[in-house]
Write a protein that binds this ligand. Structure first.
Ligand SMILES: Nc1nc2c(c(=O)[nH]1)N[C@H]1C(S)=C(S)[C@@H](COP(=O)(O)OP(=O)(O)OC[C@H]3O[C@@H](n4cnc5c(=O)[nH]c(N)nc54)[C@H](O)[C@@H]3O)O[C@H]1N2
Ligand SMILES: Nc1nc2c(c(=O)[nH]1)N[C@H]1C(S)=C(S)[C@@H](COP(=O)(O)OP(=O)(O)OC[C@H]3O[C@@H](n4cnc5c(=O)[nH]c(N)nc54)[C@H](O)[C@@H]3O)O[C@H]1N2
Ligand SMILES: [Mo]
Length: 783
């Protein structure tokens, strides 16, 4: 067993405190101290977080209100800031002391914990070490390597954090070079939204804005762990709850953040013991993958109530005028819902008819309903249908394009939505290619490029020769990690533009570079002075962000500069793009973005610094449907209720694994081993399981189990030595942590159409650990 996998015995104790509260304050104080930061420094920084004249948080993408709170940050946003602003450094000396094969054995946490990268490095195979390299020679060699390769064999990945300015330049670099292989993290995330919503309502993004919260009179949450992953959303949610707005949450796992919340920034709440607002009026622990069944039950109730209204001559429950004027496909949807039996709805959702009827009745009474959702819907084989079914539910009562209502995909990375907006996409029809040709005098590639799953396939079959990563930890975030890590070494070129060391850096190709960049919180000085960048949040608002902290190292370059230098070295003279001029003044890049996307970015430079940002125009918010038929489309789920075809025939020893985030991580960045809100501390190598299932397998708390993927493709995928814990989960479902369990996910196990890996429904077998060495190793605490 590798050191990276050994973790001590965890402790698991129910956590009864509300989200936020003193637990949150304590956790932050500990993190600041651990990173060597004075409380005053971190306080001054946090004061500027998500403020109109400050910087946009590097954690999640939740909206930043115009009238910000004194401190407009949350526990996890602050952790992200502290993590980036750490005093620790992964310097040249560090690389001189450690061989790459040695570092490969370090846990994810230790690698990033080591601090900010300081110098450009090149891998030296003879030493098995990274050695310093000058920026000039790095760019020159990357340029030579890329010139020698077929552009179609090169991947330009983006992880979702880089600004709109950087992203616009990055996609141009790829396209001028001749590649449309522009996967980004959203391929593993909300791509089910980006595929589903355009078909349903002609918008790739959600329709809810911050101001809607004041006017909403009911909310639905499906598959989002808000208290951990978008905690600032708890503030408007809390306000709504105080007004008595009913909130119904659907999640197989009991997540504290959706239960009670105490605002750490409200002295009154902090000082009153117990307290905290009850965030969900009702919390429904449905079966994993049971969402379409549950939504069908709600819809069925609406039809029932509508029938009753018609019979009584009362006002209709369905918004018939909206449906007649705006929608298509209603009849087929109605048939699907009416034909579904309550027996099948209850069986697949795991919820009782009475529960779903209660939600249906409240829904039928409410005038402005918002539906929020996250990975619990998108990361399934039927992720696109999940998204479209939730949209169906809203359309039944005209809850799109109405104040206080709408569909609300809660995005992940702070600028992941924006990266798509400015051309980071493998789909040629989504980028204004003719304009690029006209503006910059080059011929952009027109064929579809590779998204994440295709890029992985290419890495596995050897057709991908080079990988450029603009942030992220690709090999760790994708499925099938074991095979990917092995195949990675066959790459000719691997370039990673990063702030911190992660496992992906430790997989060298023939030629490998680490290019360290400024983080968004740092001052970025270029020819025209200090620069500001911009990002788009989850509600399609564009904000400015100005870094102010001193750079972590004098050698760091900004992301736009790195992209420009790679472009100059790789495609000199192949376009009229004035790379240096753009780097000298990012306002010029914003002008270009406005020229390419005038419908979204009119007066970009004038408006992006206004409080609250500016909302980019979304026709769906005005009930203008940019779909092929010009209508909002109801959609019948293709496979009925079945997330996974064999869900009912797998046998009792096969469980559905949901890979989850803890309260102490940001994706593959593991801040620590405490998942406070779930009451787990000390280790991430755990498997959460229903108590009755454990009894059936004769397992007790802390017992060691081995798990393997249930698939008949001849590939052995297993993880040994997880500690099993009784947890409030539906029978048959189990939970464990991402990214540790990613090697269990087959690459082909992904959503239809969107190809988002089905990370929330991995069929696995669970057995008591048989190998005594595993038990021994797992009992030894990591250093
Ligand atoms: N602190 C912190 N913030 C983050 C991140 C982070 O790692 N840490 N990551 C960022 C990113 S990139 C993203 S995409 C978002 C992710 O934020 P979320 O969308 O919240 O992602 P997850 O935590 O993976 O899972 C969401 C929830 O889905 C539930 N779930 C699992 N299966 C099902 C199901 O079948 N049905 C339903 N209804 N629910 C289900 C899980 O129990 C879990 O509570 O957060 C962003 N913000
Ligand atoms: N099993 C399973 N797998 C999943 C998921 C899941 O729920 N379950 N979730 C998926 C989702 S939603 C996502 S979004 C992906 C995430 O996948 P990625 O976006 O690829 O991964 P991150 O962990 O966010 O990347 C972290 C690294 O980004 C770099 N970085 C941080 N800040 C900056 C910056 O400002 N600039 C640059 N250039 N680099 C920076 C650091 O080096 C850091 O180590 O994972 C996916 N994988
Ligand atoms: Mo994500």
């Amino acid at each position: 067993m590798k050191r990276s996998e050994i973790q001590p015995e965890p402790t698991v104790a129910p956590y009864d405190e509300p989200t936020g509260g003193w637990g949150s304050v304590k956790s932050l104080a500990q993190k600041s101290l651990a990173e060597g930061l004075a409380i005053s420094t971190i306080w001054n920084t946090l004061y500027k977080q998500n403020k109109p004249d400050g910087f946009a948080c590097v954690s999640c993408s939740w909206a930043k209100p115009a009238d910000a709170n004194t401190f407009e940050f949350c526990e996890n946003g602050a952790k992200a800031t502290i993590w980036e602003q750490t005093k620790r450094r992964t310097s040249r000396d560090f690389f001189a002391r450690h061989k790459v094969s040695e570092l490969l054995d370090w846990p994810d946490h230790d690698l990033e914990k080591n601090g900010r990268l300081t110098s450009p490095m090149r891998y030296d195979a003879s030493l098995d070490q990274y050695v310093p390299v000058s920026w000039d020679s790095a760019f020159a060699e990357i340029g030579r390597e890329l010139q020698a390769l077929d552009p179609k064999s090169v991947i330009f990945y983006a992880s979702g954090r880089a600004s709109l300015e950087t992203s616009y330049m990055y996609q141009l670099l790829a396209r001028v070079y001749g590649s449309q292989n522009l996967p980004d993290s959203s391929n593993m995330c909300h791509e089910s939204t980006s595929v589903g919503l355009p078909l349903s309502i002609g918008s790739p993004v959600g329709t809810v804005v911050y101001e809607d919260f004041e006017h909403c009179d009911m909310m639905l949450f499906f598959g989002h762990n808000t208290g951990t992953n978008a905690p600032r959303l708890l503030h408007p949610l809390q306000e709504a709850r105080k007004r008595g707005v009913p909130v119904f949450t659907f999640n197989p796992v009991e997540e504290r953040g959706q239960m009670r919340f105490k605002n750490p920034q409200s002295p009154a709440e902090m000082l009153s013991p117990g307290a905290g607002t009850k965030m969900s009026s009702e919390y429904f622990q449905l079966r994993c993958g049971g969402d379409i069944a549950a939504m069908t039950g709600i819809a069925k109730t609406v039809f029932q109530l509508d029938d009753e209204a018609v019979a009584a001559g009362a006002a209709r429950v369905l918004d018939t005028a909206f449906i007649a004027e705006h929608c298509h496909g209603f009849e087929a949807f109605e048939r699907f819902v009416r034909d579904a039996s309550w027996e099948s709805i209850e069986r697949r959702s795991g919820l009782a008819r009475a529960e779903l009827e209660e939600v249906g009745r409240t829904y039928a009474r409410s005038d402005a309903v918002m539906a929020h959702y996250g990975m619990g819907l998108t990361q399934h084989r039927n992720g696109v249908d999940n998204v479209r079914m939730l949209t169906n539910l809203l359309l039944m009562r005209g809850n799109i394009g109405k104040r206080g209502a709408g569909i609300s995909p809660i995005r992940g990375h702070s600028n992941v939505q924006g990266q798509r907006t400015v051309g980071i996409t493998e789909k040629p029809e989504l980028a204004p290619l003719d304009k690029f040709r006209e503006f910059y005098g080059f011929e952009p590639p027109r064929e579809k490029g590779m998204a994440t799953v295709e890029a992985c396939q290419g890495i596995l079959d050897g057709s991908v020769k080079a990988f450029i990563g603009l942030g992220g930890n690709f090999s760790r975030a994708v499925p099938e990690t074991e095979a990917i890590e092995t195949a990675w070494r066959n790459l000719r070129l691997h370039v990673q533009i990063s702030t911190k060391l992660n496992r992906n850096h430790l997989l060298p190709g023939a030629v490998t570079f680490i290019l360290p960049c400024l983080g968004r919180i740092e001052r970025d000085r270029q020819a025209s002075g200090d620069q500001t960048v911009s990002i788009e949040d989850s509600t399609a608002c564009i904000h400015g962000s100005k870094g102010w902290r001193p750079p972590a190292s004098p050698e760091l370059l900004s992301e736009p500069r790195i992209v420009a230098e790679i472009a100059k070295a790789t495609v000199p003279g192949r376009s009229t793009i004035p790379w240096d001029e753009w780097v000298g003044d990012y306002a010029k890049v914003r002008d270009e973005i406005e020229r390419a996307y005038p419908q979204y970015f009119a007066d970009f430079n004038k408006r992006f610094l206004q409080p609250g940002g500016f909302h980019r125009d979304l026709p769906a918010c005005r009930r203008e449907w940019k779909t092929e038929n010009g209508k909002a489309n109801f959609h019948v789920p293709e496979d009925g209720f079945d997330t996974d075809p064999d869900i009912d025939t797998r046998g009792p020893d096969v469980f559905t694994l949901m890979t989850l985030r803890s309260n102490d991580q940001f994706n593959t960045t593991v801040y620590g081993y405490d998942d406070r809100l779930r009451g787990i501390s000390g280790s991430r190598m755990v498997l959460l399981m229903n108590g009755e299932d454990m009894a059936r397998l004769q397992l007790r708390d802390q017992d060691l189990v081995d798990v393997e993927t249930h698939a008949d493709d001849g590939v052995d995928r297993r993880v040994k030595g997880l500690r099993v814990h009784a947890y409030k989960l539906p029978k048959g479902d189990v939970g464990g942590y991402y990214p540790e369990l990613n090697r269990l996910i087959p690459l082909w196990h992904h959503a239809k159409d969107s190809h988002v890996p089905a990370a929330k429904s991995v069929p696995i077998r669970v057995r008591r650990a048989t190998d005594p060495a595993t038990a021994q190793a797992a009992a030894t605490p990591a250093e």
